[in-house]
Design a protein. Structure first.
Length: 326
């Protein structure tokens, strides 16, 4: 089968298309013919092994997982002898961080993995980007215990995590303020944002409104800068480690402090999470934003574009017979 392979760390050009063996499955696995996947921040970080400590998980000298890709949509083409949850011909989508492997024509995954039936009203391209950014957003929302009626500010609202967060928060009945640039304000309103702050005109940290939770989904602020935005018992969550990697430490000491505090939720993914996101997508309450679509043969271009920092939402990779160019 054809796959996008990297055997050393580095920039986008370390990725190349190659013929590799088709995965074999065990009695409890399913084999999926991948129709769509994505290139996202996780893929970029693992490909480059940046920050350096990531090598503790990805391989110290060379990458353990040579085929990246953590979210996917496709069709089941083979099931193990003990598989009862899925059948050949089922359209499915899901998430596979760790083993990775979605940047290929076929992918093997346990039937109990982060896998669910694909919403019938979505295409493969629409379903594939439904788990990576959104599972980070969901971890932040659940970690902060956000509930109906609260006020939440989402910084970086046009990214994969931010655009998912806006929609997931609105599905909970939360009042959402989105921070983005001028050109994307209307899009944020379409996603359901109650209020939009134009980052090209206003420093969002100077906003006069206060919030129960501030979600920095791009990691470009800090707890100290956002403190004035927070209510007396407000919560700050960032998708990144923060200045001098302070966020995990501040989250660690948060239970010993009163008032405003930092949380650093560790995202988890499982079948229930994928099914929940699938239900939201099926109902129309959540639809992943798609910026560009590339065929697998142009995946290096996709990596380059993602790393410009200009993408809106998600970059989709079409695999196999339904390849589409941007």
């Amino acid at each position: 089968m054809q796959a996008a392979v990297h055997t050393r760390y580095g920039g986008p050009d370390v990725v190349r298309l190659a013929e590799v063996d088709r995965p074999t499955i065990t009695a409890t696995d399913v084999l999926i013919e991948v129709r769509a996947t994505t290139v996202n921040r996780t893929d970029c970080a693992c490909r480059a092994a940046k920050p350096f400590f990531m090598r503790l998980f990805t391989g110290l000298i060379t990458p353990r997982a040579t085929v990246l890709g953590n979210e996917f949509a496709g069709v089941v083409v083979q099931v193990g002898a003990q598989v009862a949850k899925f059948s050949v011909g089922d359209d499915v989508f899901g998430y596979i961080e760790g083993p990775f492997g979605a940047h290929a024509q076929y992918l093997a995954i346990p039937q109990d993995g982060s896998l669910a039936a694909m919403p019938r009203n979505l295409t493969y391209a629409e379903a594939a980007p439904g788990t990576e950014g959104s599972h980070y957003a969901l971890a932040q929302i659940r970690g902060a215990g956000i509930t109906r009626g609260q006020h939440v500010l989402v910084h970086g609202a046009t990214g994969a995590i931010g655009s998912a967060a806006v929609q997931l928060l609105k599905a909970l009945g939360v009042q959402v303020t989105a921070v983005c640039d001028t050109g994307n304000a209307e899009m944020m309103q379409r996603l359901g944002a109650d209020r939009v702050i134009d980052s090209t005109v206003t420093d969002f940290t100077q906003d006069e409104q206060t919030y129960d939770v501030v979600l920095d989904t791009v990691g470009k602020s800090s707890f100290s800068r956002c403190r004035p935005l927070m209510k007396p018992s407000g919560i700050y969550i960032s998708s990144e480690l923060g200045p001098r990697a302070e966020n995990p430490f501040l989250a660690l000491i948060a239970p010993m402090r009163r008032g405003k505090r930092v949380l650093f939720p560790i995202p988890r993914h499982d079948q229930a999470m994928v099914a929940y996101l699938g239900d939201l997508m099926s109902s129309g309450r959540f639809r992943p934003l798609i910026d560009r679509t590339y065929p697998l043969t142009r995946i290096v271009e996709a990596y380059r574009y993602v790393e410009t920092g200009r993408k809106i939402g998600n970059v989709v990779i079409m695999v196999g017979p339904s390849e589409v160019s941007p």
